[in-house]
Design a protein around this ligand. Structure first.
Ligand code: ADP
Length: 493
């Protein structure tokens, strides 16, 4: 792909350091690790391999900043900072999108399309800097007692984010941190750190005070574990797997830190026989195949009413065959590679398990070779005739694999849809308002889409039921979760 070699931004080449206390520095150990382009397996950059010692330096810098001049910044000051950051992020968005595509493989059309959405997210948090102020609730106490409740920033927040959409995830920590006057240490995923490092450069340009936002790159069981366990971190905001969440919950016990957890999903997407298949087929397909299935809300259990099951599978198969898979730098590509060889092996292992358990492979299921062989590409894959008890219908695959499961009635659909340990999202496709209402009420998940799949608005927010985690991201509730509340009783007699 000639564009790859000619337009790699200067930023991507060379070594990338840790961003601590406003300064760029190597890891204390001096170690580095490789950033690999998943589209071709080639080295993109060497990244500082941060560990517990670096996390400690970053937390100290964040604490100093929290107690320093930053604490005297007014909501208006922080709002202006967010607006300056907004303008710089918008100005450099093509570059951020390109870095993201090179680093984690999503098609350039997809990463560039985030421009407006990220703008909306930053402006949302800019609008929240004065939110949640002092209130004067009534009381029933004798005498003349005035009661007030105040809000105060929690302190130092640790952000631990995954690789599937860093351009988005980084803002779920940075936005509420800056809106409330907290400070943060962010640990990006080892497989996709580069856009967060470039963002840090833009933050400096925007006038971010030293230490307010720190980035320590490294691995989960080193830097990640140290951040989760650090006793001077007041909150950890984590997005990732259930297994890692369990470790983070255990580590949080050291100082009873607050947690926000957005975990996996095995979301049901339910198509009724009366649905408009012209929108349901591509909508349901891209609700999984977008980002090559590496989407936490992917509607990977696709329930289709029995009467249209065969027709739907056929149309879904045909649609999948039209999708262009390849290096995401090519603007015609719709599906990029998986993030790594490890992820590729995991996805192919699930495809094998699906076949062994008797699901019908209607489309795909293979690694792509030829000129794509050096990268980690898997065909869009459709299993049909799947039972909800099969492994491929129970475990999160995080790859371009759809399991089509037939159902008969609304009650069946809801019973099967809710028969999962997860509850992140769900979808329903129907022309009937009453079916849409019943099913959207009945699905036990934090987000339900009707006749669409994937749109999210930062002002609305999202979160999980059951093992998909806790804490609401976006909306004023997200901002509130970065604030302490304090009641003051004032005897004014
Ligand atoms: P995924 O399977 O999607 O990579 P993970 O939960 O393993 O999800 O990773 C999400 C983030 O959590 C990454 O930044 C990773 O480095 C980090 N992480 C992994 N293990 C730990 C751990 N034990 N403690 C803290 N963070 C971790």
């Amino acid at each position: 792909m000639q564009i790859a070699e000619t337009i790699i931004p200067a930023f991507v080449n060379g070594s990338k350091q840790l961003f601590i206390g406003g300064k760029w520095q190597p890891a204390v150990s001096g170690k580095e690790f490789d950033a690999i382009n998943p589209a071709n397996g080639k080295l993109l950059a060497r990244i500082a391999h941060g560990d517990a010692a670096d996390i400690d330096l970053a937390v100290k810098a964040a604490r100093r900043a929290f107690e320093g001049e930053w604490s005297r910044w007014t909501p208006y000051d922080r709002q202006k900072l967010l607006l300056r950051i907004h303008d710089l992020v918008q100005k450099h968005f093509d570059e951020l999108a390109l870095i993201e595509t090179l680093d984690m493989g999503a098609p350039i059309t997809r990463t560039r399309a985030l421009k407006d959405w990220i703008s909306q997210v930053i402006l949302f948090f800019a609008s929240q800097t004065a939110a949640g102020g002092t209130e004067t609730p009534r009381n029933s106490l004798p005498g003349q007692m005035m009661t007030m409740t105040h809000r105060a920033p929690l302190g130092v927040v640790g952000g631990i984010i995954p690789w599937n959409a860093p351009l988005i995830s980084q803002w779920w920590t940075l936005g509420p941190t800056l809106a409330t006057g907290c400070t943060a240490v962010l640990k990006p995923a080892e497989d996709a750190s580069l856009s967060t490092l470039r963002l840090a450069e833009l933050l400096v340009e925007a006038g971010l005070p030293d230490g307010v936002f720190n980035v320590v790159t490294g691995f989960g069981n080193g830097a990640g574990g140290a951040l989760a366990a650090h006793e001077d971190v007041d909150k950890v905001a984590f997005t990732g797997s259930v297994e890692t969440a369990r470790k983070i919950i255990a580590a949080s016990a050291s100082n009873i830190k607050r947690l926000q957890l957005e975990l996996g999903g095995k979301s049901p997407d339910i198509v009724f026989a009366d649905a408009d298949l012209d929108i349901a087929v591509p909508g349901a397909a891209m609700g999984v195949f977008g980002n090559s299935g590496q989407i936490c809300v992917a509607g990977s259990r696709l329930f289709v009413q029995r009467g249209i099951h065969e027709e739907f599978v056929e149309r879904l198969t045909q649609f999948s065959q039209t999708l262009r898979v390849g290096d995401g730098l090519d603007p015609a590509v719709q599906l990029g590679p998986l993030i790594s060889e490890k992820q590729l092996e995991r996805v192919l292992k699930y495809v094998g398990v699906g076949r062994e358990e008797g699901a019908r492979l209607s489309q795909g299921g293979n690694r792509l070779g030829g000129e794509l062989a050096p990268g980690y590409f898997v065909e869009p894959t459709v299993f049909s005739g799947v039972h909800n008890e099969m492994t491929i219908a129970r475990e999160e695959i995080f790859g371009p694999v759809i399991s089509v499961i037939p159902f008969d009635t609304i009650d069946d659909a809801l019973r099967l849809a809710n028969d999962t340990k997860y509850g992140l999202a769900g979808g329903v496709w129907t022309r009937s308002a009453s079916t849409a209402h019943r099913v959207s009420q009945g699905i036990k998940a934090g987000t339900v889409w009707v006749n669409c799949y994937l749109p999210l608005d930062p002002n609305v927010g999202f979160g999980g039921y059951k093992m998909s985690g806790y804490g609401w991201k976006g909306s004023s509730e997200h901002v509130e979760s970065y604030l302490y509340r304090k009641a003051v009783y004032m005897n004014i007699a």
